[in-house]
Write a protein that binds this ligand. Structure first.
Ligand code: NAI
Ligand SMILES: O=C(O)C1=N[C@H](C(=O)O)C[C@H](O)C1
Length: 255
């Protein structure tokens, strides 16, 4: 017995989506629907009952930072593994998720600040370059409907760079600024300056600018279309139930 797409239901992984009517949620629903091995069993947005997701084996969350923790706690309690792209994950939030997972050891959660394969590589390259340059700044550029600044990707990149600098024994980034219009030097994320640009026409873009004596290195990634995130999302959907506990970032899944 097959459905309209020729899928055999018994073999398909049942997937629910939170934030299904959002920019990312719409793409995720399309991608899941188009995959032979996946079945979209629930598409839930604000105001819909979450119970529609309770028969899913994996839930994907692209909502907002203020609701994602509640969705995640509920999913873990239901024993449903989760793939989360929503931003706003501080170390305290990650610790809270680990606490919930301790009571449900069979459940897997993947939280990734960016599911674009190129973006993941950009962050890895930046972390690798960090120890070789005394200066570094991050410039992220996004569509103007984005709620958070700086982006989750930029925050994650800054933290990785800060860790690499500390391990290499690098001191603070040189900066003689004494007189500053507030915000002119960007946000300070663990000692790394991050500048957030918002403009119509942009989707999701990031540059990491390194400076050393007589040279600069720029590592840049551009997402021109939200379909760029889908291979990473589907990779995580297929893998998450085999990775009990919390996985942060897509790096381990790519390896
Ligand atoms: N990790 C990644 O690769 C990516 C992450 N993002 C992040 O994903 C999040 C969503 O981004 P967009 O889709 O652009 O935003 P959006 O605003 O278009 O979509 C969010 C959706 O969540 C819905 N929503 C709000 N409360 C809800 C609730 N309690 N239950 C279910 N749905 C609810 C909203 O109604 C809306 O439809 C943001 O945090 C963004 O930064 C975006 C792109 C890629
Ligand atoms: O809101 C977005 O659009 C994006 N959000 C994520 C982030 O904050 O890093 C990922 C990507 O940059 C797109």
């Amino acid at each position: 017995m097959t459905d309209e797409q020729g899928k055999t239901p018994a073999q398909q992984l049942r997937v629910g989506v939170f934030g299904a009517r959002g920019r990312m949620g719409i793409e995720v629903c399309k991608a899941v629907d188009a995959a032979d091995d996946l079945a979209l069993t629930a598409a839930v947005d604000q105001g819909d009952s979450r119970s529609a997701v309770s028969t899913a084996e994996v839930v994907v969350d692209f909502t907002t930072p203020d609701v994602v923790m509640d969705n995640l706690r509920w999913s873990i309690e239901q024993g449903i593994s989760a793939v989360v792209g929503t931003t706003g994950f501080t170390e305290q939030r990650l610790e809270q998720v680990r606490g919930w997972l301790a009571d449900k050891p069979e459940v897997g959660v993947v939280i990734a600040p960016n599911f674009g394969i190129g973006a993941v590589l950009m962050m890895q390259f930046a972390a690798r370059a960090a120890r070789h340059f005394e200066s570094v700044e991050i410039i992220e550029q996004h569509h103007p409907r984005k709620l958070d600044a700086p982006s989750g990707t930029a925050t994650h990149t800054a933290r990785q760079i800060a860790r690499a600098r500390a391990e290499a024994g690098l001191g603070p980034v040189p900066d003689a600024t004494k007189d500053e219009v507030p915000g002119a030097r960007g946000a300070d994320i663990e000692g790394v300056r991050v500048h957030a640009v918002r403009a119509t026409g942009l989707v999701a873009h990031q540059e990491v600018l390194f400076g050393g004596t007589g040279e600069t290195l720029t590592i840049r990634h551009d997402s021109y279309d939200r379909v760029s995130f889908m291979p990473g999302v589907l990779l995580a959907v297929r893998a998450v139930r085999n990775r009990p506990g919390l996985t942060v970032g897509l790096d381990a899944l790519l390896d």
